[in-house]
Design a binder for this molecule. Structure first.
Ligand SMILES: [Mg+2]
Length: 245
């Protein structure tokens, strides 16, 4: 028996939208607005991106993620301290302005809308994201993405974080589909691919940074460089499954 695909689950940041570029630009902008006279804005922005990346990498499955309202000022404070500026009030102003600018500046990859239009109606679709609920709800609303999706799963709302398989099981329950009918599409191997596999789903890795898969990891069902390739890859996966009958 074949295994037709009924549902596709998408990661959001750096899968459907260009989060890395917009975050870097937003950090540089707020740094130049609020600290530009004391520290080179680019250096401060790079340091902030590093603090943010470290935060996400340290976040373990099962860890209780604090709300962005508490975390962002802390990240900016740590960033300022790298430049010998110990100023909590300034860190809070940077955090608020950064959140606002990021939502204003967020952009989909050019290929995202055509792909979502092509898949809409053919599959059930949902977003599964780790990000902060406040900013993600605003991003999804600004980009008018809800019209394509049957559900948006914000892991943080459940005090969970990808790759915890519970996040993926919850998402499948929301759509009323089984793991063998489900495919996860995401850019982070450790979070998206491993989590999907642990929940019994198939995974398509959007390897935008051309990274090597971790040694010993289970092979992905497909690897693509951009989601522009997604419709063709899904068709191939389904054809492959049918030929296996
Ligand atoms: Mg991502």
């Amino acid at each position: 028996m074949g295994r037709p695909i009924r549902a596709i689950f998408f990661d959001l940041d750096d899968t459907l939208l260009d989060d890395t570029i917009s975050s870097e630009r937003s950090a540089a902008l707020v740094a130049s607005e609020l600290v530009g006279d004391r520290v080179p804005a680019d250096a401060l922005a790079i340091a902030y991106m590093d603090e943010a990346m470290n935060f996400w990498e340290r976040l373990e499955p099962g860890a209780c993620k604090p709300p962005s309202g508490a975390i962002r000022p802390r990240l900016w404070h740590a960033t300022l301290k790298r430049f010998a500026i110990d100023d909590e009030a300034l860190a809070t102003r940077l955090a608020h302005r950064y959140d606002a600018v990021r939502v204003e500046r967020v952009e989909l990859f050019p290929e995202t809308l055509p792909v979502l239009h092509a898949l809409h109606g053919r599959y059930k679709m949902a977003i599964i994201t780790n990000g902060f609920a406040e900013t993600h709800e605003a991003k999804i609303a600004r980009l008018e993405l809800s019209r394509f999706f049957d559900a948006v799963i914000l892991a943080g709302e459940m005090q969970l974080v990808k790759p915890d398989p519970a996040v993926f099981h919850h998402a499948m329950a929301e759509l009323g589909v089984a793991a063998h009918e489900s495919v996860m599409v995401g850019d982070r191997f450790e979070r998206d691919v491993k989590g999907a596999h642990a929940a019994g789903m198939r995974a398509i890795w959007v390897n935008t940074r051309n990274e090597a898969a971790p040694a010993g990891a289970r092979l992905v069902e497909a690897e693509i460089a951009s989601i522009a390739e997604l419709p063709a890859v899904l068709a191939a996966l389904e054809a492959h499954e049918r030929s296996d009958v």
